[in-house]
Design a protein around this ligand. Structure first.
Ligand SMILES: [Zn+2]
Length: 309
């Protein structure tokens, strides 16, 4: 069975705390292992998760504020230290290319690993992966910021009992799949009659933003949404001023967007008790709710129940 899960490396915004490392998130999704927003200390946090630099296929940076990118130099050098044999793709806001260039060569190292550098320079930019489409959407923050979502297309699952009822076996199944229909004993059987839709899964990553269209576009029908929840409602005015979300806002986005599992993170160090984020979000979201802790693993929920074709 393929593995699809989020591994949380760090959950603190701005400044780390005793319990929370700076940001950092890994998404394992079949043969893709994507590192999002590596803050300081991400390399060491990864040690605790069993994911290695060699496992990484891709790095996505939402923006160049330090808590989202100061782990890049160490991670990039580690790819070379470990002689990672495959190219690792890197995405970040194109407007921050100078920052990326400096972080990439922040200090001297023997560079062997290959980075496939693909900056994001347009809202809605899509990157085709083997497992689906990675899409970037512009967010609202004082510096150029993009959130990301991974969308797996809907598939189709053949129903063996219906196939055999029509006497369709062997290569005929492949022909039916390719052409969408098959003539059997003078009767046309369509693929709808012998299959169900296998709903594609969606993951969304929304970091550092005020409420905006991009947030909703990313969150739409996400099976798993990771979203910043820097503040509580008591600091709503401050949140709006500095381009951040409150727990209640993030939860309302999740409800309005049909999200299944909601992961809140990127907490301001001003709040000592994480239950306050839970309580505030719970007022607005009834689904699976996770107040992220460092080194926690959150599985992508099972596929939505297929509808008969
Ligand atoms: Zn920021």
């Amino acid at each position: 069975m393929s593995m699809r899960e989020l591994v949380v490396l760090g959950t603190a915004s701005q400044a780390p705390t005793r319990a929370r490392n700076h940001n950092g998130y890994l998404l394992r999704w079949d043969d893709e292992v994507i590192l999002f927003d590596p803050g300081e200390g991400s390399q060491r946090q990864m040690l605790h998760t069993g994911v290695t630099a060699t496992d990484l296929t891709r790095i996505c940076v939402t923006h160049f504020h330090g808590d989202h990118c100061l782990g890049l130099p160490g991670m990039i050098q580690r790819l070379s230290l470990d002689r990672v044999p495959h190219p690792v793709a890197v995405h970040f806001p194109a407007g921050g290319a100078d920052y990326f260039a400096r972080l990439r060569h922040a200090s001297s190292f023997y560079e062997t690993a290959e980075l496939a550098v693909e900056p994001i320079d347009a809202d809605g930019q899509r990157i085709t992966l083997g497992v689906g489409t990675l899409e970037a959407r512009r967010l609202r923050h004082p510096v150029e910021t993009y959130g990301y979502r991974l969308v797996e297309p809907d598939g189709c699952r053949m129903l063996p009992e219906r196939l055999s009822a029509y006497g369709i076996v062997g290569p005929a199944v492949g022909r039916l799949l390719r052409e969408g229909h098959l003539d059997v004993d003078g009767r046309r059987v369509t693929s709808d009659e012998v299959s169900v839709t296998r709903p594609g899964q969606r993951f969304a990553f929304v970091m550092d933003t005020g409420l905006c269209d991009g947030v909703y576009a990313l969150a739409e029908h996400a099976d798993l949404l990771v979203i910043e929840s820097t503040f509580l409602a008591s600091e709503a005015a401050l949140a709006a001023e500095v381009g951040h979300l409150t727990a209640g806002q993030a939860a309302r986005v999740a409800t309005e967007s049909g999200v299944r599992t909601l992961v809140l993170t990127h907490f301001s160090q001003r709040y000592a008790d994480p239950r306050r984020f839970h309580d505030e979000a719970r007022e607005h979201f009834a689904g699976d709710l996770v107040i992220a802790e460092d080194l926690q693993t959150v599985p992508v929920p099972p596929r939505r129940v297929p509808s008969p074709g």
